[in-house]
Design a protein around this ligand. Structure first.
Ligand code: PMV
Length: 360
């Protein structure tokens, strides 16, 4: 389906730039997106904290092409090395967005990219990577169409990022981004992310995320495979309604700062995501024994110290430990002395909630 609002407008602007660079962060969902249809349309709304230090930096450069304009030309460089293995994914992405950014066929591109987090960390770089690339492409469009408003730029950039990585459309802004239509969230959309539009209690300012790297290998199940397992899944319809309800419940919690309720919703969402994978056909266990050890330890620590720390999970074994900034010292000690023993090579990353992408 063509979204006419994002089709290119005729413009007289000339492209003078030859390259552009953006940094874009990763994000961690509180209400999870799991299940999609069509071209990356989510089956339920989701909301995430944008991260700060886990980032991709991308420089996009280009030369005008004189021939072969019926396909795309792109070279991918990761950490200074040519990676032809990543190019088919970018070709596929270009194929999806060319209708909205038709100039893509006129140039031979180089995508020079690097991540602030280690490649083997098990942290997916697709959200940060595709959002950075989408912003670079949008900067080209803006130069050719300087009348474009900031709002139109932001919406279309998120829309374009979504076509590369669904959750990537939540990485451009921060600290909280909603993606997917929700009856109680004004302006929410299935085709781009929006900044969470309501009041947020100061307890969530600079919220902390300690990412515990339990399993640093390639993901056991790609998110494409995972999303597909939600088709014909016996529990899918109730899961999609539950996500809508959980997001409704989160709205007053974000305003009041009721951390008991926050913890309840966030941990339940993480376990439900994993429950969907446990009960799909074929079925998968994405946690590792150390994932459970971390959760048990964290629960015990919370009971004993009353520090409102909680966990969330992606579709993998790593654990994100979320907590308010005021407990940074205590939780840092706890992670270093106890939880890190369950991490592969004792590795973890301290991150905080951030404000989204940055043009360099
Ligand atoms: O954007 P994808 O297709 O990599 O899916 C991301 C799915 C989760 O990370 C598990 C949940 C989410 O909402 O980010």
């Amino acid at each position: 389906m063509t979204i006419t609002k994002f089709l290119p407008v005729k413009s007289d602007g000339v492209l003078q730039m030859q390259s552009v660079s953006y940094q874009s962060p990763s994000n961690i969902a509180l209400i999870k997106y799991w299940g999609k249809h069509g071209l990356q349309i989510p089956k339920n709304p989701s909301i995430s904290f944008t991260l700060n230090t886990c980032r991709t930096t991308t420089t996009l450069s280009w030369n005008e092409r004189t021939q072969h304009k019926d396909d795309y030309e792109v070279k991918v460089i990761l950490d200074g090395k040519h990676k032809p293995g990543f190019e088919p994914k970018i070709h596929q992405f270009f194929g999806r967005v060319a209708e909205y950014l038709p100039f893509i066929k006129d140039y031979a591109f180089t995508v020079d990219t690097s991540n602030s987090f280690p490649h083997s960390s098990g942290i997916a770089s697709s959200a940060s990577g595709f959002s950075a690339l989408a912003l670079c492409l949008m900067e080209m469009e803006r130069e050719m169409n300087p009348q474009m408003s900031q709002k139109a730029f932001d919406q279309k950039a998120s829309f374009i990022a979504r076509l590369g990585s669904g959750s990537g459309c939540r990485s451009l802004k921060g600290p909280l981004v909603v993606w997917g239509e929700h009856p109680e969230i004004k302006g929410s959309s299935d085709i781009y992310g929006i900044e969470y539009p309501y009041q947020v209690n100061p307890v969530f300012d600079n919220y902390q995320d300690a990412i515990l790297l339990v399993d640093q290998g390639e993901k056991q199940v790609s998110s494409t495979v995972g999303h597909n397992l939600m088709h014909n899944h016996a529990y899918a319809p109730s899961r999609f309604s539950q996500a809508i309800e959980n997001l409704s419940s989160l709205i007053p919690v974000l305003e009041s700062g009721d951390l008991d309720q926050f913890i309840n919703i966030v941990e339940s969402e993480a376990l439900t995501l994993h429950a969907m994978m446990l009960t799909s056909n074929p079925y998968f266990i994405l946690m590792k024994p150390n994932t459970l050890k971390i959760i048990e330890n964290l629960w015990q620590y919370r009971r004993e110290t009353k520090i409102p720390v909680c966990f969330t999970l992606d579709a993998g074994a790593n654990v994100h430990v979320l907590f308010p900034q005021e407990y940074h010292e205590d939780v840092q000690d706890f992670v270093k002395t106890e939880l890190s023993t369950y991490c592969q090579d004792n590795r973890y990353i301290f991150d905080t909630v951030g404000n989204g992408a940055l043009k360099l």
